[in-house]
Design a protein around this ligand. Sequence first.
Ligand SMILES: [Zn+2]
Length: 202
Amino acid sequence: MVNKGEKLKLDLHTHIWEASSFETPSIDTAYKVINQCKKIGIDGIAITDHDHAHPDLLKISFEYYKIFTKHFPNEIVVFPGREIELHMKHDYFQTYEVGEFMLPNGKLFRNYCHPGHPSQQIEINHIQSIEVNNSIHNWHINKNQVYELADKHNLILTEVSDAHDINDIGKNYIEIPLEDLLSSGIDLNKLQIQGWENHRSI
Ligand SMILES: [Zn+2]
C-alpha cells in the first residue's frame, strides 16, 4: 500500500517486453522484473516499450499490467505505457521520443526521453517531465539546458534506466510522492492523445 505523501523510488523508462525478447507477456518475466526491483531497491516502474515494435503496443503493456496486479498484487507499482516518436511541429523531419504511461487515476503522464536525441532541438508539448539522467543516453543530454527547460515549463526532472535488459531496471530512478505524478497528469477526456482512445483506465 502507498501512503499519501510517501516518496516512491520509480524508474519511469523501461523496456521489459524487449528485455524478454518480445515474448508473450508472462508471469515468469513479471516475476523477474519484480525480483530485479526488489534487489535494486525500487518501488516501481513505467513500462515504455517502443511503440513501433508492435501494431498494438499498448495492448502488450496493459497485459503486463494485468499480470502484475493479478499475480503479484502490491509488490511493485506499475504504470503501463509506451515510448513513441513524435515529429516537431515546426519541422517534420526533426523527431523526438516521449514515454507516455497511465497513472492509477486514469491520467496520462508524458516523459521527454533523452533530450538531444534523435533531434538536438527540443520541443515541449504536453509534457510533464524530462530526463536529465538516462543510463544509456547521457552523452547527448545537455544538463544545463534541461534544467532551464524544466524550470521554464514546470517539468519534473527524471532519472531513468531506459533498461532493455531486466538486470538494468532501476539503475536510475527518482524519488517522488505518487501524489506529485497524479496531480500533474493529462486528463484524456479533455485532451485527445492518439492511441489512448481504448485505454481510459487501469
Ligand atoms: Zn527507451
